[in-house]
Write a protein that binds this ligand. Sequence first.
Ligand code: XIL
Length: 634
Amino acid sequence: MTFKKFAEFLTAAMMMVNASAILPVSAEDTVLHNADFESGTDGWASFGGTSVTTVSSEHHEGSSCLYVSGRTDSWQGASLSGESILLAGKTYQFNAWVQASGADTIQLTLKYTDGSGNAQYKGISSADSVKGSWAEINASYAIPDDAKDILIYFQTSSGTADFMVDDVTIKGEASWSTGALDRTPLKDVYANYFKLGCAATPAELNTTISQDIVKHHFNSLTPGNELKPDAVLNQAGSQAIGDNVTPAISLDAARYTLKFCEENHISVRGHVLCWYSQTPDWFFKEGFKSDGAVVSKDIMNQRLENYIKAVLNQVSVEFPNLDVYCWDVVNECYLDDGSLRKGGTDPSNQESYWTMIYGDNSYIEKAFTYARQYAPEGTKLFYNDFNEYIPAKRDAIYNMAADLKAKGLIDGIGMQSHLDVGYPDANLYKQCIEKFNQLGLEIQVTELDITDYKNGSDSAQQVQAYRDIVNTIVEEKKNGANITALVFWGITDGTSWRKDGYPLLLNADYSTKKTYDAVEALVPESEWGKAEEIQPTETETVPETETETVPETETESQPEAPAGRTGDADCNGTVNIVDVISINRAVLGKELLSDQGLANIDFNQNGKPDSEESLSVMKYIVGLISADEMKSGK
Ligand code: XIL
């Protein structure tokens, strides 16, 4: 059977919804997942290489919905990980609204690995929809007893047309423990020492329990992937700008997380502006084309400056009340032997385009120079790396940072700290803190996790390793090291990027581990305090040099009169890459702009959207032109 045939067979098989699986759920069910797509994709992601974004040209409740496009097979769609939401053997209530772009049957499908290790696909429920009206999917469904690696996704029964999804809820018996919420917040335990943080992706933040845990315990959050260059850069937009030096950016991937932090007064560690990894290779190529020649150092410098400027500016504009207290400006430049990461075009082989294009480490200073120039005043700028306790690597970073410090460009060093019970010992770790502290820079533990691949979760070795390392951090702080944050890389063992080594403080069901108890116990209760509440800052944090890209009229009119905002094709109150996509789709006849949306972008007043108008909006977004220039159709 060819792959295509197999996919067709699969689709047909899935259409036969298993009636015996429809069971009642209890009235006391908890809302386990609730996606309204108002500020991002709410943990829903591409399934099979599709494009999954939000649009506001259509919506069920609220003002936007999930939009699935770029499909080449009917089974492709948008998916949500069932991790920590859906458990084998339990029954759940699924509810969602869907709309086809023509006429289609849209289906919610369950994918899992069965007890024999085979992938299984089951139709949960489906609804027939035609363009212009929303259809409801509503079903109770029991997850099979032997299911592992559970995922749900929306697809169509046939064809590859775009479709939309809105207001998804999953209800059922919560499979998680709420015990962590009864403990004293860790940020209070450590209030007299440093900020306490975690990393989280939207998928990790999409359960009510994970949100409650983050709000309760942490006053720092690092988006796990969403502010990395590959999440922020937009290739089509960069090509559309057409000047070869201005990349187009968007905060679509990060918006959900940043909004959550802004609303809940949680400070953000920006991660990361310049890195050899998770950066698309077209960013280094002529014309921003995947098959272009690698650009010169001069072109790359301009791209680096424009990228850093655009990202820092866009974050300030979209999230005026968000406290982004620091940024990892540059990540992972050195190798364990202290040499610079090798130049080359294969990041999966540890090679760096940056080293290749610059020939040396001078891009680090460039990145810090631009970050200093464009970051709001007071934002702390960090160099971040792993394995820094290896003396040769530590010393190379020390020397590089000393040079940047002398030039006033760096504020801190991030020690990622992806550790294992077997290595390093706490003494080596301590020597690294002490060495870095000689520089008079801040030190942050930015990505702590300690695996035990051999003995498993909460082994005596793992608990002791946590005790030793975190105690070292606490003792060094007491001895005067300027340690300002301790951040764990993830929330639970179930969703950690190194889940096989059970490296964190909470189990997959959110219950606390012995590692949690050990970390809490390192500070005697008499020293616990109350973590400071962050006071929301206003737009004045945007530096003066940026004011031309943040026109006053724009910030003022944002909450009151979003509908009439110049460039706002989808009338959602912000001007970003989604507006450019909407205009482009409207130019192609794939989407209809509302009257107000058209009025907002019809700069040449010819009554229809044009590609020139989309380009003007793009140039405005990246800070190349002002709002007035956009209006005059530049
Ligand atoms: C990791 C993420 O957690 C994963 O989801 C992703 O697949 C790879 O990157 N050093 C860093 C982080 O600075 O950005 C990395 O995060 C972990 C190592």
